[in-house]
Design a protein around this ligand. Structure first.
Ligand code: FES
Ligand code: FES
Length: 395
């Protein structure tokens, strides 16, 4: 028996399996994730396709032992995924399935194409999907569905992602064939340097559980605001509680957010992908993070748009913040409170941004070096108290 440590659908899993056991058998028989289908069991039909470290792979011919340390996403793990949601709707609309046996593998492979292809090219889609066989549909509806999703996303200004999460050469999963000693060594190195454990974390699109829209204005031209937004390190200094641990690649940053709500202290270590429109007037930051102490994890996305105001001398900043919180903090952080905290955080960010754009140093007081949830909660209570008292006296 080999002991394996995997992250399957964002959940850490430790299990024992025979060296000959396939990844497909592990996810189906050990983890009850039966959305991964088995057809040929010879690597031909693609029904068993899953994501290993963000890259599609046939789980029927992948030894589970070779995936030790890997992140595996099955079709169940794509329930909340933005691209998979759009693909499911398109598959339904275009009659791209009949018996549905091939569909989980089709969706996993199609998602990879949607992520990577610059445009909805019919030949590239057919070649890209040629490793997935369907006995029912004749493929026309499948190709139409994938084409529609790619075309729609590019029309909405969502850029393709070069490599689609591929971070290393060689067969998928090959980076995890090392013995456990190597894994332990990596864990030790990760402890010494927290950011190193984030290097292979895939950042998947997702559908946020909650979304907050907020707008603020700064008295500086859009081009100046866009220039500052392009400097991730400068933006981070305006956010209380945020510290970058690596920004060598300006499109992929690593950092930490510290949150303190009374006795509850959390430190989310995470990684984020930064995307910007060519003119810098809009963009998106999407990331994922974990706090090991509270066993909470979060996925977050900030979309921004810069609009000129007052003959171009001022800028309206439109933010759409989406997040999904799981674990202990999700239980104590009722969504109303989280929303209000987020609003106050944005207010602080706007004030700091204005200072920075005016050439003043942004100096966060010691107590604000972390996102001080207690202080924010107190100000929230102060703001809500009259409403609560009013409601009480009326009753
Ligand atoms: S079952 Fe894996 S490719 Fe057919
Ligand atoms: S829908 Fe039946 S095999 Fe594809």
């Amino acid at each position: 028996m080999s002991t394996l440590a995997l992250t399957v659908n964002r959940r850490a899993v430790d299990l024992a399996a025979e060296p000959r056991t396939s990844l497909a058998d592990v996810v189906r028989d050990h983890l009850d994730l039966t959305g991964t289908h088995l057809g040929c069991e010879h690597g031909v039909c693609g029904a068993c396709t899953v994501l290993i470290d963000g890259v599609p792979a046939r789980s029927c011919i992948t030894f589970a032992a070779a995936c030790d340390g890997a992140t595996v996403t099955t079709i169940e793990g794509l329930d909340d995924d933005e691209i998979a949601t759009e693909l499911r709707a398109a598959f339904t609309r275009e009659h791209a399935l009949q018996c549905g046996y091939c569909t989980p593998g089709m969706l996993v492979s199609a998602r990879d194409l949607v992520l990577r292809l610059p445009e909805a090219d019919d030949r590239a889609i057919r070649v890209g999907m040629s490793g997935n066989l369907c006995r029912c549909t004749g493929y026309v509806g499948i190709v139409r569905a994938v084409t529609a999703v790619i075309a729609d996303r590019r029309a909405r200004g969502i850029a393709p992602e070069v490599g689609g999460g591929r971070t290393m050469l060689g067969p998928v999963g090959s980076g995890h064939g090392a013995a456990q000693d190597e894994r332990r060594g990596a864990a030790t190195r990760a402890a010494a340097s927290p950011s190193s454990s984030l290097q292979n974390v895939a950042i998947a699109d997702f559908t946020p559980a909650a979304t907050i829209k907020q707008t603020f204005e700064v008295q500086h031209p859009p081009a100046q605001v866009a220039a500052l937004f392009a400097d991730v390190a400068a933006v981070a200094t305006c956010l209380p509680g945020v510290a970058l641990t690596s920004a060598e690649d300006p499109n992929r940053i690593e950092g930490e957010i510290r949150v303190q709500v009374g006795p509850i202290a959390a430190q989310f270590a995470g990684v984020a992908r930064v995307e910007r429109a060519a003119d810098g007037m809009s963009g998106r930051i999407i990331g994922t993070g974990n706090d090991s102490r509270s066993r909470s994890s979060t996925q977050g996305e900030i979309r921004y748009r810069l609009l000129p105001l007052a003959d171009g001398g001022a800028t309206r900043v439109e933010l759409t913040i989406g997040y999904t919180l799981t674990g202990l903090l999700a239980q104590v952080g009722r969504s109303g409170l989280v929303r209000d905290l987020a609003r106050r955080l944005v207010d602080q960010f706007a004030a700091n941004l204005e200072s920075k754009l005016s050439g003043h140093a942004v100096e966060l007081a010691d107590a604000d070096q972390h996102l001080n949830g207690l202080a924010l909660l107190l100000s929230l209570i102060r703001a809500r108290l009259p409403r609560w008292l009013g409601g009480t006296s009326r009753r």
